[in-house]
Ligand binder design. Structure first.
Ligand SMILES: NC(=[NH2+])NCCC[C@H](N)C(=O)O
Ligand SMILES: O=C(O)CCC(=O)C(=O)O
Ligand SMILES: [Fe+2]
Length: 367
């Protein structure tokens, strides 16, 4: 149900995060405002940015060179207060967003043989390193390399359903502290996603906990550390050859958090008339988008929007995408309240998340 959006909205979710553990959060006016913005963004684009903390870009009283001591003291106190809030762990500090991308870049800079030490195979549960062109989208090899990680599935945990994804993540020894940082990052993203999903649940007219318990109380997750080579002019030609870094696709679960490089615009989102709208980097934010399971739950009120990646810059682009999903074995069907809000009829058949994932993974990689 996407519209002809021309840009992707930016939402400051601070007020939602401040109240997200209060069962009465739905009655808070700050939360209500965030929920309204989430609802609109999910209906119109299926994509939005979340700002984790308000940044002071410009201090107004300093603009014309005049500044009173009083204003300056207020300014300093606000800065100190923001610092304290940050230390309390509301939101994810921008330094961690950067570190995760830096370590990812360092890994991709290693020699190919080194990267192959954690090579992905079907036997590794599709966990590990995939070379450029190994991931296939709609029959075409994607011009990216990546490390794919998934929440660990113990042998037999979900019977035959889980079998193809069973395995442990493969972490490189170099760069050092890789595993530790990435695991910390996953737990921060999991918590943040759960909280954003509380806002989305309210936006759909549900209880804030609609996507917990049986549905996503034991949320499965996926993380992809991705590198897209830059373009180079071929044989002295002035026209650089543009490759598709990642072909048009939708994401599979509930909500994706994209932590992209700060200086390259490459991610594009398709609107209703088929135009590709850029999602340029906004430092300190995540680009969030809706996955196939949320499209089903919402009976199409929210869509899992098609997107693709084209890196037409000469620079190598790094992106870390975290995917928050339902429980692995959850059978997803349109929620009653969402059927009422749409045509009344059920637009999608029930789907088991794990089956959907396995089908996708087995067509993405042909081993
Ligand atoms: N898990 C992902 N989101 N992978 C990226 C999407 C590309 C994948 N080959 C697909 O067709 O879906
Ligand atoms: O690189 C990006 O910006 C997005 C990657 C993506 O869409 C994906 O891995 O699903
Ligand atoms: Fe995606």
């Amino acid at each position: 149900m996407a519209t002809d959006f021309k840009s992707i909205p930016i939402i400051d979710i601070g007020p939602l995060l401040a109240k997200c553990d209060d069962p009465k959060m739905g009655q808070d006016s700050g939360v209500a405002q965030v929920v309204k913005q989430l609802d609109q963004a999910c209906k119109e684009a299926g994509f939005f940015y979340v700002v984790l903390r308000i940044l002071f870009i410009q201090f107004e009283p300093m603009k014309d060179g005049k500044i009173s001591i009083f204003c300056f003291i207020i300014f300093l106190s606000v800065m100190v207060w923001c610092f304290v809030i940050d230390q309390k762990g509301h939101g994810i500090p921008e330094t961690i967003l950067k570190q995760v991308k830096n370590l990812t870049r360092k890994f991709f800079e290693l020699p190919y043989e080194e990267k192959l030490k954690i090579k992905m195979t079907a036997d590794s549960g599709y966990r590990g390193y995939q070379r450029i062109g190994e991931n296939i989208t709609k029959g075409v090899p994607d011009m990216h390399e990546a490390i794919d990680c998934y929440k660990e599935l113990k042998p037999g945990m979900y019977g035959d359903l889980g079998k193809p994804m069973e395995g442990c993540n493969q972490w490189p020894i170099q760069p050092t502290n890789f595993k530790m940082l990435m695991e910390e990052y996953v737990s921060l993203c999991t918590e943040l996603s759960r909280n954003i999903m509380r806002g989305i649940a309210l936006a759909l007219g549900c209880s804030p906990y609609e996507f917990e318990g049986e549905r996503a109380g034991n949320a499965f997750w996926v993380m992809r550390l991705i590198g897209y080579p830059g373009v180079h002019s071929a044989n002295g030609s002035d026209i650089p050859k543009e490759d598709i870094g990642c072909g048009a696709h939708t994401d599979y679960g509930l909500l994706t958090l994209v932590n992209q490089d700060d200086d390259i615009t490459a991610l594009q989102v398709r609107n209703r008339s088929g135009e590709w709208i850029s999602a340029p980097p906004v430092p300190g934010t995540f680009v969030c988008n809706i996955g196939d399971m949320l499209k089903i739950y919402s009976n199409g009120l929210y869509e899992s929007t098609l997107h693709q990646v084209i890196n037409s810059s000469p620079k190598y682009r790094v992106c870390v995408a975290y995917f928050y999903e339902t429980n692995f074995d959850t059978a997803v069907e349109p929620l009653d309240i969402c059927k009422e809000r749409t045509t009344g009829a059920k637009k999608f058949e029930r789907a088991v998340y794990g089956e959907h994932l396995v089908k996708k993974v087995q067509t993405n990689f042909v081993y």
